[in-house]
Design a protein around this ligand. Sequence first.
Ligand code: P1T
Length: 389
Amino acid sequence: MTRVFQDDLASGFATRAVHAGQRPDEPTGAIMTPIYQTSTYVQSGLGKHKGFEYARTRNPTRDALERNVAALEGGDHGFAFASGLAATDAVLKLLSAGDHVICGENVYGGTHRIMTHVFERLGLTFTFVDTRDSARIDAASTSHTKMVFVETPTNPMMYLTDLQAAGQLARDRGLILVVDNTFATPCFQRPIELGAEVVLHSTTKYLNGHSDMVGGVVVTTRDDVADQLAFMQNAVGAVPGPLDCWLALRGTKTLPIRMERHDYNGRRIAAWLAQHPKVERVYYPGLPDHPQHELACRQMKGFGGMISLELGSLAKARAVVERTRLFALAESLGGVESLIGHPATMTHATVPKAMREEMGLTDGLVRLSVGIEDADDLTADLDQALAAS
Ligand code: P1T
């Protein structure tokens, strides 16, 4: 199990991003955590080792990443996994057959899929509710409910959950509140400070920030949950390799300055899109007319680079996503480069159409992951693509 270095928690966020969880390498003084590319560790005698026995169980590069992200989130323990979905898998394995989970109705399509196509078959039950209204969490709770799982802002509708209200509700009912903080990142939102006990990420996205690895991480404040996650990480084995941990760790060092730029570009492009005649609606919590803008200002320090827009039809959406040049048509998000996607046929294709439409995820919806390029170049690219729609 990887516990944060307590003294790291005393420093500011940007300092933590660069240093937390890392100390110069003992034998060499290397300032950067080495990539410990090894599967096992020599033992000097039976039961005599340096805390590392086998690399599924522990790896020093992974330890550094786990401590770093745990410190950024203000948690006590971190666990890295081979993907964001492997992290979600480990979190759901805290539960047993018969347990009930209340999940936000809008989550990443793969999150909905692992719940309904994998864990439902194994005996967990799920109720998907619109957690923009926290009273619905309360209403869905039964004597079997153990966990509340939310994304905020959601992928791709940018809906928010009031984390303080959800945290209070979860505490009152003895439920674990799990927050997927992939979109906001700890730079802009710290769910643990608002009442969550478990935070998870696809590190593939903003934490890595360079679209060059796939990974996930779970952070918790609870020692009992940490014990179970450490057990699961070792017993199931969905662990990331040391190179991927190193890439994610390199990414988190620049998280604050990247997020500042994603946020600057995101605000500018959202405001520009909002006045564009071809755009029916823009979903971005930083816009004053986002229905939860006031909540966004309260629980987030910035709004980031994720924007969704409604163009009115599949044909119009196709015209735009196939015509942008700087915005590359691709799955994923959170990298320095701008991406454009069509959630209904890409990231959320496995979510039943009726459920997609219920939450506003129409065939005309397009999602942008705004990178850190020049905002003027990005708007020019969108302008020429929208002209064709
Ligand atoms: O792709 P993976 O690292 O397994 O992460 C899954 C995941 C979890 N949570 C959120 C909020 C996500 O957005 C994702 C992955 N999302 C995409 C690949 C996407 O394009 O939306």
